[in-house]
Design a protein around this ligand. Structure first.
Ligand code: TQI
Ligand code: ZN
Ligand code: ZN
Length: 169
């Protein structure tokens, strides 16, 4: 079953049209940005929320960046595997990914790297759930279930995820 953060934080109804931006220093390719866009679309399809990319990092509601090790928020990344990414509860908007992971993007499908790789879109759909206020779920099919196998793609919201997000928005 789905869960929420303590005190059930959400984005306010005055701000359902949310913006997101990528850390400029990361210089992500359009195909990597498209993966995040698809992940946001999974959630906008089932909520009144919209997500629009902006180039203005500092004023964006949600800020996406790849970092390695200690990056100043008290939650250092740990190299390959372990923690892959983290996102904070609303209305914080920070979504950080561990630069050290072997991120699986559209280009790498079928590569031998698949074994230790982590599917970027799957992690993005999960972390966006956190950005919107969902905690973890006990339902193993749910995107918000706190385990994913290396190299696995899991991007479809389960009915449990949808029930949870409908309680918030
Ligand atoms: N990062 C954890 C996560 O996002 C960080 C975390 C632990 C957390 N407890 C939390 C975030 C409570 C918010 C609320 O769950 S992770 C998975 C999964 C991680 C794990 O790197 O371990 C995914 C990131 F679900 F597969 F285990 C993405 Cl998809
Ligand atoms: Zn961080
Ligand atoms: Zn999680």
């Amino acid at each position: 079953h789905y869960s929420f953060f303590p005190h059930r934080p959400t984005w306010p109804s005055s701000n359902f049209n949310l913006t997101y931006a990528f850390l400029p220093e990361n210089q992500l390719t359009d195909s990597v940005k498209a993966i995040f866009s698809r992940a946001f679309n999974r959630w906008s399809a089932v909520t009144p929320l919209t997500f629009t990319e902006t180039e203005f990092f500092y004023s964006a509601d949600m800020k996406i960046g790849f970092f390695s090790g200690d990056h100043g928020d008290g939650e250092p990344f740990d190299g390959v595997l372990g923690t892959l990414a983290h996102a904070f509860s609303p209305p914080n908007g920070r979504f950080h990914l561990d630069e050290a992971e072997n991120w699986l993007t559209d280009e790498d499908v079928g590569t031998s790297a698949v074994k230790l790789a982590v599917d970027l879109e799957s992690v993005a759909v999960h972390e966006i759930g956190h950005l919107l206020g969902l905690g973890h779920s006990s339902v193993k099919e749910a995107i918000m279930f706190p385990t994913i196998s290396s190299g696995t793609k899991k991007v479809e919201l389960a009915s449990d995820d949808i029930d949870g997000i409908h309680e918030l928005y």
